[in-house]
Design a protein around this ligand. Structure first.
Ligand code: 15L
Length: 268
């Protein structure tokens, strides 16, 4: 049977919030976990991923985990190490110990951010492309994908790693037109990742069916994901305000965009 009780880590965050509003409509019962209080949700667990007792109580008895907790952009390595690398490892170890079968894990386009964008006529970026993280943040997402593979190969924990593009109510800039994931499509994708059978460890790109798509959505569609939105609705206004996508410059033709040249934050 498909998972019904789902633990949502990072439930107070941007994607956590939009999934809290939408996943119950697919029939899921949610348990919520976040380092910050979840507004209007007194039953949510407010704890850090290094609080082993709280994490175990949250994981025990669920059918699946949607793991969104972590730092969502570049930060000093020590912070990324603690929140994203150690935090995700603790989560998987607890999932294994508690016998939970399925994780849906938030990876990111920044795990492969140095991948060149396809030019006119080039094929879209495939899932099976080498990890090319653009930041410590992207590196932590590449680690998460390898961790998921380890827990499948060693322990039979299934994961769908979602290399999410830009998930927000609207795309914020011309770059995001290629990788925008609408909130409704995000819920469709997570539902597909929770309910597809026999996923082992599968990585997929996470975006809507954008006209300007830069990556291959067929692996996501193979899970049963059928996106309904397209960023093209927002293209005329964004192009009028910001101009055509740049074709020159260090980051213009790289998937990760500005992440590829962000100032290195150092270790601490
Ligand atoms: C991400 O991984 C970030 O979490 C999000 O805030 C966006 O910046 C997104 O990537 C993006 O690449 O637009």
């Amino acid at each position: 049977p498909p998972p019904r009780t789902v633990l949502l880590t990072g439930a107070a965050g941007r994607i956590g919030t939009l999934l809290r509003e939408r996943l119950p409509g697919y029939g899921y019962t949610l348990r919520l976990f976040d380092v910050e209080p979840v507004a209007g949700e007194p039953a949510a667990v407010t704890a850090d991923l290094d609080d082993q007792a709280a994490l175990r109580r949250a994981v025990r008895g669920v059918d699946a985990v949607v793991h969104l907790a972590g730092i969502p952009s570049e930060a000093p390595f020590a912070r990324i190490l603690r929140a994203n690398i150690e935090g995700t490892t603790r989560l998987y170890e607890t999932v294994r110990e508690e016998g939970v079968r399925r994780v849906v894990c938030a990876s990111s386009n920044h795990a492969v951010g140095f991948t060149p964008l396809p030019g006119p006529g080039d094929p879209r970026i495939p899932v099976r492309t080498p990890h090319r993280p653009d930041t410590f943040y992207g590196l932590s997402k590449a680690y998460g994908e390898d961790l998921a593979q380890l827990y499948w190969d060693r322990h039979g924990v299934e994961t769908v790693s979602l290399r999410i593009g830009s998930c927000a109510a609207e795309p914020a800039d011309v770059r995001q037109l290629g990788i925008w994931l609408s909130p409704d499509d995000c819920a469709r994708l997570v539902h597909a990742a929770l309910s597809a059978e026999g996923v082992a460890h599968t990585a997929v790109y996470g975006s809507s069916a954008n006209t300007r798509l830069v990556w291959d959505l067929s692996d996501a569609r193979a899970l049963g994901y059928a996106p309904e939105d397209d960023s093209e609705t927002y293209a005329p206004a964004l192009l009028a305000a910001q101009g055509a996508p740049e074709t020159e410059g260090a980051t213009a033709r790289l998937l990760g965009g500005r992440f590829c040249t962000v100032d290195p934050p150092g270790l601490h």
